[in-house]
Design a protein around this ligand. Sequence first.
Ligand SMILES: Nc1ncnc2c1ncn2[C@@H]1O[C@H](COP(=O)(O)OP(=O)(O)OP(=O)(O)O)[C@@H](O)[C@H]1O
Length: 917
Amino acid sequence: MEQALAPPEPVDGRLPPPELFRDLRTSAGGLGAREAARRLTVYGPNQLTRRSRPRWPSQLLAQFTQPLALLLMVAAGLAWLGGTPSLAVAVVAVILLNAVFAFVQEMQAERAVEALAAYLPATARVLRDGAPAEIAAGDLVPGDIVVVGEGDRICADGRLIDGSVTVDMSALNGESVPAFRSADAEVVAGPLLEAGELVFSGTACVAGQAHALVTRTGMHTEIGRIAALSQRGRTEPSPLERQVRRATWVIAAVAVAAGAAFLPIGIVAGLGWAAAISFAIGLLVANVPEGLLPTITLALAAGVRDLARGGAVVKRLSAVETLGSTTVICTDKTGTLTCNRMQVTRLWLAGTEFAVSEASGDPRAMRLARTAALCTTAGNGGAQDPTEVALLRLAETLDDPVRPPDRDRERRALFPFDARLKRMSTIDGDELHVKGAVESVLPLCADVLGLTGVLALSPEIRNDLAATVDRYASAGLRVLALAVRPVGPGQPAGRDEAESGLTLLGLVAMADPPRPQVAEAVAAAHRAGIRIHVITGDYGPTAAEIARQVGLPGRRIVTGAEVERLSDAGLDRLLAGDDEIVFARSSPEGKLRICEALRAGGQIVAMTGDGVNDAPALRHADIGVAMGRSGTDVAREAATMVLTDDNFATIVRAVDSGRRVFDNLRKFVLYIFAHAVPEVVPFLIFALSGGAVPLPLTVLQILAIDLGTETVPALALGRERAEPGTMERPPRPPRAGVIDRRLLWRAWGLLGVVSAVLVTGGFFAVLWRAGWHPGDPVGPGSALHHAYRQATTMTFAGIVACQLGTAFAARTDHASLRSIGLWTNRLLLAGIAFELVFAAALIFVPPVQAVFGTAALALWQVLLLLPMPVVVWSVDELSRWRRRRAAQDPRDRVLRPCRDRTGGETLRVSTTTGGPR
Ligand SMILES: Nc1ncnc2c1ncn2[C@@H]1O[C@H](COP(=O)(O)OP(=O)(O)OP(=O)(O)O)[C@@H](O)[C@H]1O
C-alpha cells in the first residue's frame, strides 16, 4: 500500500467524487489520524517551498551598484588619478565594508519579517476519523476532507463534495468579483481555475459552507505552480525609506558640491593639486551618509520583532512608522474592548423576568433557552462566535444541553447570520428558529408567547419590552430576541418568506465584561493625543455603556442608519470635530465610509475588524488591525497588523513602539550628522587663512572617525528605550519626516558648532604652546612638525570626545538624561568603550600612528580633552530643558486638547448628549 502511494501522482480533481474517493482511498468521513500522519511523510508538508536562496550573491552585488557606492567609486578613481593611491585604497575599503554591512543588515531585516510567519500559524478544519478536528494547515494531505466556512482561507486544492461557497480568487486570477463554487456544479471542460466544483489553495471563502476533498497540497497546488514560476516580488520601499533616500541624495549632493567648491579654494590657499583633491574627496566620503538606509531598515525590522513579541504581528516594515503617527483608532467592541466571554445573565418573557439561576424549570424559559441553542452554528471547531457559545452554555446551565452534532443532524435549513440584517434563522425539525437584534426580529413577529399561551403584542407588552431593552442596554448587556414559527415539510422558498409571522419567545441578555487593561490603554491613547471611535454592530446604549466603562465618555452615539443618511460632506463634518463617537449598529459599508472620511480629513487611521465584510475597511485604513484568535482568515489577510492576543491595549502598545522606533532613527541621524561641522570648520580655517594655518585634520583621520569610532555608538542609539513622555505627545504630523529643520539645527547649529569651537580651540592650544605663529612651516623636517602632528591628533581626539557628549545628548529628544538614567543603554556604553579603544590605538600605537599621521598626546593635552564631552552634552541638556519649560507654558496649544480629554471635566465636546435611539 505504501508503495502504491510512493511517488505520489497527483490525482485529477475533476473526476466525480466516488472516483476520487476511490483513487485517494478516503471517504466522506475523512482519513484516520494514523493514515493522515503516514500520508504526510509520503506527500510532504502542505507548504510552498521557496527556491533555495541563490539570491544572496546577487543581493550582495546589488550593494555595489547602489548610486552612493558608485559615487564613492568615482571618488576612489579620482584619488588614484590625483596621485594618492593610499586614499583610493581607503575609499575602496569603505565601499567594501559598507556593502557587507548593508547586506548583513538587509538579510537580518528580511529574516525578522520572515520569522513572523511563526506567530500566525494557519490552521484548517478537517474531518479525522469522522469527527471535526482543527489541524495545522501544513499537515493537510490529499484525501483529507476539509470544512470550508465563511471567512476561512482555503489551504489546499480540492473538490467540493457537499454544500456551496463563494470564494475570493483574486490571489490566483486577479479577479476581484468572488466566484460561486458548488458541489453540484455541472462539470464542463475548460480552464481548471474556472471549474465550478473546485476550490483552490490561496483563495478565501467569503460566504457559504461546504466540505471539500483535498486533492493536491503543497507545491502541487495551482498556487504552488504559480509560486514556482514567480518567486516573491520585491517589497515596496516604505514612505520612510523613500524619504530617507531622498534626504540621502540631497546630503550627497551637498557633499559633492562642497568637495568641488573646496578644490579651487584649497589650491589657492597653497595646497598642491594632489592634497587638494584628496581633501575634497575626504570631505565627500565623510559626509555621504552611506550607512543610513540599511540602518533604518534594520531599525524597522527590530521594531517589527519587538512588536511581534508584544502580541502585534505586522506584515510590512513600513507599518512600524505608520503606527507611530496614528491619530485615530477605530475599534470594534466585542473581543477588542471586551473579554469576548459572553455569558447570559437575564431572560425576559412576556410578563416575567428571570436571572438565569432562577430560570431552571420554567417551561417558557426552557423553551427560550433551547431555541437559542438550536439556532446556532457554533461548535464545529474554528473561530467560535462567543454569542453563540454563551447560548449553548445557557442551555447546558438549564439542564437541557444541545449537542452540536445532534443539532446539525436535525437541521433542515440555515439562513446564516447577516451583519446587515443582524439576525439568523434555522429550520430544525418542524420549527423555524430566529435569533437576532431586537429591532431586527420584533418587526417580524405577529404575536408573543405569554404565560397562558400565544398573545397579541399589546402596547403594554411592547412598552415593557422596550423598557427592558433600555434597562439591559444601559447596564452594558447585549440583548437578543428569539422567535419561532412552525414549518411544514415543504421548505419555505426564501429567507423573507421564512422569516415572517413569527411568535416572539422572549429576550436573552448577556454580559461581556471589559478587558481589564483596556481602560488604562484608553487613557494612554488619550494622553498621546489619539482619538478613539467605537464602531460596533451592537445596540447604541449597550456599546455606549461599555465605552463608558473603559473610559470613553461616549457622549455621542451615531447609528449605522444615520451614517447612511449623511452625505460625504456631512460625514466629514461629523468626524472633523474633537468628539469621540460610538458608531452603533454599523454596517461594513458604513465602516468603510468612516475610514475614508477620516483619511480624507488627514487622519492616520488604525481600524480593527474581524469579519469577512470588514476586509475592505481594513485594507483601506492606514493600519488595518485584525484579530489573531477570533477573527476570520479573510480579515487577517486584509490587515496590516494582526493582534495575537486580540487586545485593544496591544494596539496602543504598538503605537508606542512605532513612536519609539521613529524617535530612535532621529537619534541615530542626529548623532551621525553632528560631526560634520567640526570636520568642515578646520578646513575652512585653513582655506580662509590662505594656508597660514596648516590643515588641522587629515583625510584619513576624518575617515577613521566616520567609519571607525562612530559606527557602534550610532547603532546603539537605534536601540535606545523609549524616553519618558513618548506617549504624552500629540502624534507626529503625518508629513513630518525623520530629518526636519529642528533636527538639522540641533545637529549642526548646536552640537556641531559647540564641538567645532572646542576642537579648534584644542588644535590651536597645542600649536601655540609649541611656539607656533601663523605662517610658520610645519612640514616634515621642520622644527614644529611633531607639534603639528600632535595638534592634528588633538583635533581628531577632540572630535571623538565631543561625539561622546553628543551620543549622550542624542539619547533623548525632550527628556533629561537624568530621567532615563546614565547607564541604561548598555549597548551604547559598549559602543563608547569601543570608540575609546579605537581612538587610543590610533593615537598611541606607533605603526598605526604612521598610517594616520598621529602622534602620542601629552598628559596636559589628554586632560584638555576631558571636559569636552561634558560641555557638549550640557549645552544640549540646557537647550532641552528650555524646550520642556516652553512646552509647559499654558499658551502651548498642542498638548491642551489631550489633557482636556483625559481630565474629563473640561471636555470641549458639548454637542449632542446621549444619542438618537
Ligand atoms: N450569532 C448571532 N446570531 C444572531 N444575532 C446576532 C449574532 N451575533 C450578533 N448578533 C446580533 O447582531 C448584532 C451585531 O453583531 P456583530 O457581530 O455585527 O457586532 P458585534 O459582535 O457587536 O461586533 P463588534 O462590536 O465586534 O463590531 C448584535 O448586537 C446582535 O444583536
